[in-house]
Design a protein around this ligand. Structure first.
Ligand code: NAD
Length: 411
């Protein structure tokens, strides 16, 4: 099932619980604006190439719209629309004063030079600058983009609108970026894991963890959990899994990855296992932090971990989610689990608007307080309505957007 089909299914389940009528469901699901633009660029070869870019602004009932800018050859309007919708629910569940949006350009950034990427980014801004901005829609990095593209984005936007660092987040720290953006999502996963395990009565030293993915999210989650004294027995990446029953030496693994272009390949102090085996280990907590769709109806019944935190987007297919629910597995859903990144983006925007820079410890404290509050709200909602954490998270998010839309009226 494609990720947007899954999001739609979870929306419908929560909307049923909230007893939303058809007209309200249509209002909440229909994007406010969808833009497709032509991006003609002169390539290094001197040839003119024309690319297609999208920006979908899904909902602005709760504030300016927020969402990443993706550079990937498979980007299309359907995908961008689905991701924009997901951003509306993600910002709402964490209670950030934002709506949801997403953008993308159908290119393979690995096949383009830095100069070409800069031209494409600037041309895209030329086409959409009048519909974005600090109080309209604020892009951020996503798959295939980074702080580098955000610096170009801001620079180009300011040619039209003057000084406005808050027009985009995920910028380099030298360009009004926030301290702690790099670690934000993984650290958020760690904070939420601590809360969830605490509520389930699990003590750190007696809790074993398996973690799939050791990139930006996985490595920072591993660092946080290790520092909180959890026993991480397995980690994995594209090169396979690494297992040590007594617990892995996480600082050593982090150092190894740092020296090895981010990869775990060649790490010696562990037994080798496959990624499949990693997912099926007998551990207390499983964190998929790499790809979508890794737990499907094919392997769901073999997943032994009683607690799963969806650090990646959509790692569990809905069919598998139902099987896990029958097994009694607790799943913390992606819309909350990986919301640390957008939360720090919000802090960056706030600092930019106030011309006031926070030190890293303030960013970390505020992150912990926002995510802890959001977690407790989802936990309580699930308990009150005797439902899964996922349905509870969607109910809270949809309920908040619904109330804001209703209060604004349709005019
Ligand atoms: P990343 O590219 O930094 O890391 C991805 C990791 O997955 C790497 O360790 C890679 O080796 C591993 N991997 C790739 N193919 C694999 C395979 N077949 N089997 C096992 N591991 C494999 O990406 P990231 O930024 O850490 O993002 C990870 C997930 O979290 C993605 O689903 C992403 O959409 C989601 N996410 C990231 C952020 C963020 O701020 N970075 C925010 C929200 C959601």
């Amino acid at each position: 099932m494609k990720p947007y089909e899954a999001t739609r299914l979870y929306f419908e389940r929560a909307a049923d619980r909230l007893e939303l009528d058809e007209s309200m469901r249509k209002l909440l699901l229909t994007p406010k604006r969808e833009v497709q633009v032509q991006i003609p660029v002169e390539m290094d070869s001197g040839k003119i190439e024309t690319f297609v870019g999208f920006r979908v602004q899904h909902d602005a009932s709760r504030g300016p719209m927020k969402g990443g800018l993706r550079y990937h050859h498979e980007v299309d309007l359907d995908e961008v629309r689905a991701l924009a919708t997901l951003m509306t629910w993600k910002t709402a569940v964490v209670d950030l004063p934002y709506g949801g949006a997403k953008g993308g350009i159908a290119i393979d950034p690995r096949k383009l030079s830095v100069k070409e990427l800069e031209h494409i980014t600037r041309k895209f801004v030329d086409q959409i600058h009048d519909i974005i901005g600090p109080d309209k829609d604020i892009p951020a990095p996503d798959v295939g983009t980074s702080s580098r593209e955000m610096a170009w984005f801001r620079n180009q936007y300011e040619k039209y609108h003057g000084f406005s660092p808050a027009c985009v987040t995920g910028k380099p720290v030298e360009h009004y970026g926030a301290e702690g953006r790099e670690e934000a999502t993984g650290r958020g996963v760690g904070i939420l894991a601590y809360k969830l395990l605490g509520n389930l009565g699990r003590k750190p030293k007696e809790t074993t963890v398996a973690l799939q993915g050791f990139g930006n999210v996985g490595s920072h989650a591993a660092k946080y959990l290790h520092e909180s004294e959890y026993k991480i027995v397995a980690v994995g990446d594209q090169s396979g899994g690494y297992y040590r029953k007594e617990g892995l030496d996480i600082p050593k693994l982090l150092h190894h990855a740092l020296q090895n272009q981010g990869l775990l390949a060649g790490f010696q102090d562990a037994d080798r296992i496959s990624n499949e085996q990693l997912l099926e280990l007998e551990v207390n907590l499983l964190i998929p932090a790499a790809l979508g769709g890794v737990i499907t109806k094919r392997n769901a019944a073999r997943i032994k971990a009683p607690i799963i935190i969806e650090a990646a987007n959509g790692p569990i297919d809905p069919d598998a989610d139902d099987i896990l629910a029958e097994q009694g597995t607790k799943v913390l859903p992606d819309i909350l689990a990986n919301a640390g990144g957008v939360t720090i983006s919000y802090f960056e925007w706030v600092q930019n608007l106030q011309y006031y820079k926070w030190p890293l410890n303030r960013v970390r404290q505020e992150l912990e307080s926002v995510l802890s509050r959001a977690f407790q709200r989802v936990w309580d909602e699930a308990k009150e309505h005797r439902t899964s954490l996922r349905t509870a998270a969607y109910m809270i998010a949809i309920g908040r957007v619904h109330r804001a839309a209703k209060l604004a009226g349709v005019g």
